[in-house]
Every structure is written in structure tokens, then in C-alpha cells.
Write a protein that binds this ligand. Structure first.
Ligand SMILES: *[C@@H]1O[C@H](CO)[C@@H](O)[C@H](O)[C@H]1NC(C)=O
Length: 509
């Protein structure tokens, strides 16, 4: 799915990759977690002006889902809006219920005044994700929230239990309502620059993460006792501040962001369900729809520090802040904000390539084929998907391999399951881009169950794009600017790249 501008791209891939999976109910003896959610409009003020938000149980952002690998999630959603509503569960793989991943085309929208119960399973998964509404630019008004899938108790994660686990849902926001944004797109224009950025539904310094250095006295006494016992253990971590996990997702609709914390470094540990090599960064680029976990140690002098999010690759840099508050601090945030990367796309590509899979970590393998040695498997097919921004009938549209997607009246999965003819044709989009005129259609590509496919995303626009494969993880084997050629394969990482569900694709220039 290209998160920017148009959610419709998801359909192709959803149908491509999961069309042969069956409609089965939730299995197994794994625990069940039940949720009842009421979707309403409500006033929100993150940018200092009142605007209409979309709330879940009165909350913006929506409630967080905390679960454990293989848990069953039974989520009843009541739509009290006056328009159809649909939630996408983003990275939750739902291999047994793929048709429930709520993008138009897989599930019917929940009509106003109606309800629908999703039955999902976090099958063989761990990691950080978020859910979001997928219709009518609703995501610009809220309706999203965090999903955490914890490892099962006996499956260790490759780092010590953090003192606390923080969620950071960050991204851009418009003052315009989601209806106005939809109107702009529907009338054939590009979206304007967002009005600002928010963190956990709040604007400038609106949200506080409270951390603790640990009790210094206890620490010194413990050290002393250990010394007395002639046990030569360095207890430095305990004295040097507790360590916290931040799960950061870009929940915006238009811009990539950079995340950093004044005076602190971040150790990357997880990307959308893959444990990573634990590289330390001073700032991280996070593209639309992506999620990262970092560890931050509260080992600095006790005061308050800025948590900064700024937009990337925008004409004007948008910035917002939250506060990292030491529980024993009496000093308010101060000083200049830590600067973000000043170089453009190359810095970002370099950083993305440095993100590697931790091959020795235990835990579920995120890839359904169980393909641990993915580099040894020869793909049976290569698909190249080129996005472009053509004008069709005088309107700005967005297309992939020259087809600009339009919704059919019957959701694709239903047409597939009930064998309803005339809704779509397999092969109605080319495997490769070509330079013909773009046209409007309902493209569906067929693929064989369990086949191994090389997909090349070729960005023919001049902005960074995000592609999300709904309910699936894939290995990001290579990334570069410019045009892909067969020679690009020689630079693939066939050993330890991460499997994830959302990747950025850099512009052609
Ligand atoms: C939820 O939807 C079902 C039909 O799917 C309906 O029978 C039920 O009354 C609805 N519940 C409420 C509280 O509206």
C-alpha cells in the first residue's frame, strides 16, 4: 500500500499474495482477548485549534492492543460515524483470516450504525505495529492505535527486560478535516503540506515520557555488598540509569519523519517483528507506516530533555516535541533542539541499509514460508511495480504500471470467494511497467500460493513512497535511488536483511 494519497494500492498486493488462502476461523487453544470499540467523532486540539477527530472509546489515539504471540484477538467494532468505517490491522499477519484485514476490497466497510467483530490471531509474531482506519482519509482524523505483540514467556528476546515500554505514535496532521482532504484528492489535486506534527495525539511538549535513573543509594549499597563478597561483577548498568523501550510508529499520511532524543542515543532492537542487530543511532528516519523499537538508557544528568520529531524531505521542515522527564528532575526542557539529518536522501538510504536482522535471536520467524535462509531460495518470478502520478481526464491521479486503481462495487475477496464474475480479471495489470498512457481500472495480479517472488518497487515520482504489503512480511534485500537494473542484484543483502511489512522507496532522482 502506498500510504500517501491513496490506500488503494494495497488491494493488488493483498489479493496477489493471499488470494489462495482459505476463509477459516480462528484456531487453537491460545488465549483469547476481547475488545469492544465504539467509533465516534469528537473534538481534538493537538495543533491548538479545535478539529473533528475520530475517537475509539473516546480516545485519540485509540486504545492500545497488548498481546502475546499466537493470542486470538476478538475485536467488536461499533460504527457510530455517519459514514462507512474500516480498520486495517497493518502488520498483524492473519494468515488464517486474511480477508479480515480491513482495506476496501478484502472486507466490507462497517456501515453507519452497524458493527463487525474481527477475529484475528497474532500468529507466530512478535513486535510493534499499529492499526488504522483505511477509508475516506479517516486516518488523518485518528482512529489509529498501537499494537504490541510480546514474545511468549519462555521465548527470550535478545535484550534485558526494559524498565518500561513506551509507545510513540508520531506523524503529520492537517487542520483540515478528513472530508476536506478527501475532497482535495477527489477533485484531482495533490495534498498540501501538513500543518504540523503530533506525538501521541499531542502537539508541542504536549506529551511526557517519565523515566527513572534507579535508586543511586540502593545501587551503591549493592555494589559495596558485592565487593565484600568478592564477587567481581560490574553492576554499572543499574547505577547508570534504567533502560526503556520506545516503540515508534509513523502514523501520518504524507511525510517521512526523523525521531531523536536530546542528549541520548537509541539502540535499535526491533523493526516490525524482526529483532535487529543492536546498532546505536542518534536519530532515526521513520517512513509512513513503519514501526521501530529502540532502547534508551536514562543515564544523563537528571533534567528534562526534548523528544523531537521533524519532517523529512519537505519544503519546510515541520517539527514537534515531547518531553523526556527524569522523575528526579526539577529542570524544565531547555536549550536548542537536537538537529536532525541535514543531508537528504543518501543519509537515509545509508541508515536503512545498516538495519540488519539479528540472526542469533530466538523468537518466531516472521516469514510465512519459514525461509530463514532467504538468500538461498531462487525466486520463481520477478514483478516490477512502478508508481507514477499521471493526469487522467485532467485530474491528478496515482498509478502503478499505468493502472490507476478504482474500487469495484463488490469487494475483491468476496468476488473471489463466492466466484462472482465480472468484478475483476486476473492479469489485468502488467508484471512490468511500460510507458503507455495511464488509465483507470481494477487491477488484480495472480500469484501461486507459497511461491517466492522478487518484487521491485520503482518510484517514478519525486517523493519518497511507502509500500506496505498488507498482512505480510517481506525481506528488503536492496534499496537505492534511481533506476533498478539487473546489475542491482549484485548488491542485494542475501544474508541478514530484516523481514518487515512496510518499506520506503526512494525517488528516482
Ligand atoms: C451487531 O451486529 C449484529 C449483526 O451483525 C446485530 O445482530 C446486533 O444487534 C448488533 N449489535 C448492536 C449492539 O448493534
Amino acid at each position: 500500500m502506498r500510504e500517501k494519497n491513496n490506500v488503494h494500492y494495497s488491494l493488488m498486493l493483498t489479493v496477489t499474495l493471499v488470494c489462495v488462502s482459505t476463509l477459516q476461523s480462528v484456531y487453537g487453544d491460545n488465549p483469547y482477548r476481547y475488545y469492544t470499540w465504539k467509533i465516534t467523532y469528537g473534538d481534538i486540539y493537538p495543533l491548538g485549534v479545535k478539529q473533528q477527530g475520530i475517537l475509539i472509546n473516546g480516545q485519540f489515539p485509540g486504545p492500545q492492543i497488548d498481546c502475546v504471540t499466537n493470542d486470538n484477538l476478538i475485536i467488536s467494532v461499533y460504527n457510530y460515524l455517519n459514514e462507512p468505517f474500516l480498520i486495517s490491522w497493518n502488520g498483524i499477519q492473519q494468515r488464517r483470516n486474511s480477508w479480515q484485514d480491513g482495506v476496501y476490497g478484502t472486507t466490507c466497510p462497517i456501515l453507519p450504525g452497524k458493527n463487525f467483530t474481527y477475529t484475528l490471531q497474532a500468529k507466530d509474531q512478535i513486535g510493534s505495529y499499529f492499526y488504522f482506519p483505511s477509508l475516506g482519509m479517516h486516518k488523518a482524523a485518528g482512529g489509529y492505535g498501537a499494537i504490541r505483540v510480546y514474545s511468549r514467556p519462555r521465548i527470550p528476546v535478545p535484550f534485558a527486560q526494559p524498565a518500561q515500554d513506551f509507545t510513540v505514535l508520531a506523524g503529520d496532521l492537517y487542520k483540515r478535516s478528513h472530508r476536506q482532504l478527501k475532497y482535495i484528492l477527489d477533485s484531482g489535486h495533490d495534498l498540501p503540506l501538513p500543518d504540523g506534527l503530533i506525538i501521541n495525539g499531542r502537539g508541542w511538549n504536549g506529551y511526557t515520557f517519565t523515566v527513572n535513573q534507579g535508586n543511586l543509594l540502593t545501587c551503591l549499597v549493592t555494589k559495596f555488598l558485592l565487593l565484600l563478597c568478592f564477587i567481581f561483577v560490574t553492576f554499572s548498568t543499574q547505577c547508570a540509569g534504567k533502560t526503556y523501550r520506545f516503540r515508534i510508529s509513523n502514523v501520518g499520511i504524507a511525510t517521512s519523519i526523523n525521531f531523536r532524543i536530546q542528549g541520548h542515543t537509541m539502540k535499535l532492537v526491533e523493526v516490525e517483528g524482526s529483532h535487529t542487530l543492536q546498532t546505536t543511532y542518534t536519530s532515526l528516519d521513520i517512513h509512513l507506516g513503519q514501526s521501530y523499537s529502540v532502547l534508551v538508557t536514562a543515564n544523563q544528568p537528571p533534567k528534562d530533555y526534548y523528544v523531537v520529531v521533524s519532517s523529512r524531505f519537505t519544503r519546510r521542515v515541520l517539527t514537534t516535541t515531547a518531553v523526556l522527564h527524569y522523575s528526579n528532575s526539577w529542570t524544565k526542557v531547555s536549550g536548542p533542539l537536537p538537529g536532525g539529518p541535514t543531508t537528504q536522501i543518501n543519509w537515509s538510504i545509508y541508515q536503512a541499509r545498516s538495519i540488519r536482522w539479528n540472526l542469533t535471536a530466538s523468537g518466531p520467524r516472521p516469514n510465512p514460508q519459514g525461509s530463514y535462509h532467504y538468500g538461498l531460495i531462487k525466486p520463481s518470478r520477478t514483478i516490477m511495480l512502478a508508481n507514477s502520478a499521471p493526469y487522467i481526464n485532467g485530474k491528478q491521479r496515482y498509478a502503478v504500471n499505468s493502472v490507476s486503481y478504482t474500487d469495484p462495487e463488490t469487494p475483491l475477496k468476496l468476488a473471489d470467494y463466492f466466484n462472482i464474475g465480472g468484478v475483476y480479471n486476473l492479469g489485468s495489470i502488467s508484471d512490468q511497467p511500460y510507458n503507455g498512457n495511464a488509465y483507470i481500472g481494477t487491477p488484480v495480479m495472480a500469484a501461486n500460493f507459497r511461491s517466492y517472488i522478487e518484487i521491485i518497487f520503482q518510484n517514478w515520482e519525486n517523493t519518497v513512497q511507502s509500500w506496505h504489503i498488507d498482512g505480510y512480511s517481506f525481506f528488503v534485500v536492496g534499496m537505492d535511488g534511481g533506476q533498478w537494473t539487473p546489475a542491482s542484484r549484485s548488491r542485494y543483502n542475501l544474508r541478514d536483511t530484516v523481514a518487515r511489512c512496510t518499506t520506503q522507496v526512494c525517488p528516482n532522482t
